[in-house]
Design a protein around this ligand. Structure first.
Ligand SMILES: C[S@@+](CC[C@H](N)C(=O)[O-])C[C@H]1O[C@@H](n2cnc3c(N)ncnc32)[C@H](O)[C@@H]1O
Length: 249
């Protein structure tokens, strides 16, 4: 791939350690300052989150109740617009999308708006959501991607708020799967131990998760991806030219 013209306006800064607990919800937000609400696990927990955990009550609390929800459609629209703009900037085309652990499907509608020609595949481990919304039922640890698309690969893989529900072993396997399934870009959000300490709104973020160091994720992701910043990771197969200060090549 050819090099890219170097111009991008500066954006706002994030002050390290400045956010007190409760500044961002990781899977979406409501209004006002960005609150980080990620869904996470207790340190050391090893078993995969039981599928029954992701039932009607879970989605009511984190997605439907306005006072406790971690995310909403408006927040995802803003995030997706950023991802779409950044991928266009990086020359990564989006014709196929895998949304693994897609939840109530906030990304589905905005993907249709942003990439109208792209195929969208929503996958969930929640039997409740699969029955209700028709998602493909599988786990990120054992999905056969050729059940969705003959090539088994996707230009854009979205994995938002899922990995923290997995044990170390399962999360490592999931990251290898993401590497195998993605030949363009990955949008990844996973709650880390530091996020839980410093960044998230604990009232809206699921803390019953596996809290790991960011380094744990970076070490495994770097085998497959270039970190472009903003939660965007370019597959090494995509051959993206990344300026040195844009991310961690
Ligand atoms: C915090 S929600 C995020 C939902 C959606 N990605 C979003 O950001 O709106 C986590 C979702 O991950 C799903 N999930 C958890 N473990 C999973 C697994 N092993 N494979 C696939 N999905 C999983 C849950 O069912 C739940 O819907």
């Amino acid at each position: 791939m050819q090099g890219r013209a170097f111009y991008r306006p500066a954006t706002g800064t994030i002050k390290a350690g400045a956010s007190k607990v409760g500044t961002r919800p990781v899977t979406p937000t409501v209004s006002g300052p960005r609150r980080l609400t990620l869904a996470a696990a207790a340190p050391g927990r090893e078993s995969q989150a039981p599928m029954g955990r992701f039932d009607a009550a879970y989605y009511e609390q984190y997605y439907e109740n306005a006072t406790t929800c971690v995310s909403d459609q408006q927040t995802i629209r803003r995030l997706a617009a950023f991802v779409a703009g950044y991928l266009e900037h990086l020359d990564i085309p989006v014709r196929s999308i895998l949304d693994i652990g897609c939840g109530v499907g906030h990304w589905q509608g905005v993907c249709r708006e942003l990439w109208p020609e792209a195929s969208y595949h929503g996958v969930e481990i929640s039997e409740y959501l699969c029955d209700k919304l028709g998602w493909h039922h599988a786990s990120i640890t054992d999905l056969d991607p050729t059940d969705l698309r003959r090539s088994g690969t996707f230009d854009l893989v979205i994995c938002q708020g899922v990995l923290q529900y997995l044990s170390d072993r399962q999360a490592a396997r999931a990251i290898n799967n993401l590497g195998a399934w993605c030949d363009g870009a990955l949008y990844l959000e996973a709650l880390t131990a530091r996020d839980w300490r410093e960044n998230v709104d604990r009232q809206r973020t699921d803390g019953e998760v596996h809290l790991r160091a960011g380094e744990w994720y970076r070490k495994r992701l770097t085998r497959h991806f270039q970190n472009c910043g903003g939660g965007v990771f370019a597959s090494r197969a995509a051959g993206v030219t990344l300026f040195e200060l844009e991310g961690n090549a």
